[in-house]
Design a protein around this ligand. Structure first.
Ligand code: ATP
Ligand code: MG
Length: 307
């Protein structure tokens, strides 16, 4: 069944992961794209990742996808170390990357064909097309689809593999504002149906708040997680509620400071934001566990200010 009520996702642990790349035009120099980065996600959690361009967001997702390898540190899905790509870790990009010569139905089943599972799983193709509301477009080609529809095909193509972790790298970044808001609800609906563990990279602060159980704020040079904010606003969230707007203001303040030259990126943390103990369950002696976790103001955490 497509509409599974139980959690399909697995816990994800990123432990002290570093990754460097040669500087452009000078192989002797290495830039630290990710510096001793640690993040733990519970099964079925949805975490938003925001941060300026070049702070290592895509690098982090590529490492989790197994498309690249860390210089040091470990990545785990459940009890399994990540050693390479796997269908159990789906990746959706800003560009849906559909095969233009295949219909919607065949695009969705492409991964099953590649893994020799189509015969066994064929009934699920129709179920997943229904799940993303595209059953009427089964025989349409990608050039017949709007941007939002194409992205729904990409999501169905990833979800049909029943991923334990779904990695979303600015998946809605190319959509107009109205389609984007509708698609945010669509992604949330899919997440609630599947309870897949989801890591969503976005440049849109509202999207990060609207979607995430937590928001990870990254900063560049070197790329690292500066803050993790718990968002405990009730779902469905109200984009114009006092609590939502207050949290938005706090994050804008943090990111503004992150862009100030020569200053501690988030050193001037708002007095409204409380710095907590790291509650991620990571052992204190593990590398990179010093990244603090912060919580938004009490009214945001409790959601009592919701109109
Ligand atoms: N394959 C690569 N070779 C060399 N440098 C790389 C490579 N991939 C990433 N980098 C560098 O690592 C840093 C982080 O890149 P990354 O793509 O992860 O940033 P990002 O946060 O996803 O940025 P954006 O928001 O623009 O997508 C950048 O300085 C980038 O130039
Ligand atoms: Mg990127």
């Amino acid at each position: 069944m497509v509409a599974a009520a139980s959690t399909e996702g697995s816990p994800l642990r990123i432990l002290g992961v570093s990754k460097s790349f040669p500087a452009p035009g000078n192989d002797a120099i290495h830039n630290l794209a990710l510096d001793a980065t640690t993040l733990s996600m519970t099964a079925g959690e949805l975490v938003s990742v925001i941060g300026p361009s070049g702070c290592g967001k895509s690098t982090l997702l590529r490492l989790i996808a197994g498309l690249d390898f860390p210089d040091s540190g470990e990545l785990w899905v459940g009890d399994d170390p990540i050693t390479g790509p796997s269908a159990e870790r789906g990746l959706v990009f800003q560009d849906p990357n559909l095969f233009p010569w295949l219909t919607v139905s065949r695009n969705i089943q492409a991964g099953l064909v590649a893994r020799g599972l189509l015969q066994k799983k064929r009934p699920e193709v129709g179920e997943f097309m229904r799940l993303v509301g595209l059953e009427a477009f089964a025989n349409a080609y990608p050039h017949h689809l709007s941007g939002g529809m194409a992205q729904r095909v990409a999501l169905a193509r990833a979800l049909i593999n029943h991923p334990k972790v779904l990695l979303l790298d600015e998946p809605l970044g190319a959509l107009d504002a109205f389609t984007r808001m509708r698609m945010q609800d669509e992604v949330l609906r899919l997440w609630q149906a599947r309870r897949t563990t989801m890591l969503l990279v976005t440049h849109d602060i509202d999207e990060a708040i609207y979607m995430g159980d937590r928001i990870v704020i990254m900063t560049p040079h070197p790329g690292r997680i500066e803050r993790t904010i718990a968002v405990t606003l009730d779902r469905p969230r109200q984009r114009n509620s006092q609590a939502f707007l207050r949290l938005r203001g706090e994050i804008l303040e943090l990111l503004h400071l992150a862009g100030s030259a020569g200053r501690n990126p988030v050193g001037g943390m708002s007095s409204h934001i409380r710095q907590d103990e790291d509650t991620s369950g990571i052992k204190p002696d593990m590398p990179g566990t010093s990244q603090p976790e912060i919580s938004p103001p009490a009214s945001v955490v409790s959601g009592v200010a919701e109109p």
